[in-house]
Design a protein. Sequence first.
Length: 171
Amino acid sequence: MLADARHVMPEALKFPGDQRFFLAALERAALIVHGRHSYEDQPNSARRKRLVATRSIAALAPDPSNRNGTLWNPAGAAFEQGCKAAGVDAGSVAIIGGPEVFALFFDRFDTFWLSRAPQVRLPDGEPCFPGVPEHTPEQILAAHGLRACEAEMLDEAAGVSVTAWRRATPS
């Protein structure tokens, strides 16, 4: 689960090591992509270029609440059009969720960083991907051609780790 039943990330899922890892990734990204319930809540959030996936518009529109934001309906505009509208034509993209937004990119990710906090339970929480809990996040990533690679422990006491799932290269 990536949020509680109200679509909010509870404090129980916020670990300093994971937050540092997340912030470092955001600092490297040229563009942030997320849905209406996801946000980064970081000191530099307002300065980052972003696409906000929404069904409330036909295709693309400026985000009235963020001068660096572009509203994007994936059913009405290709991702590349969204990038152009956001003023981004090069660099890495950080897809920060939610579940439906992650699913848009399953077959495009070159790397997906999957964090695990095994001691946290969120009954009736929001799954990280469509198809969870019927399948594990690992099964879903593998089904889309990604494989687990390096892992890093972010919080030893809480057992919080992150694993890079990378696109398998053809042999």
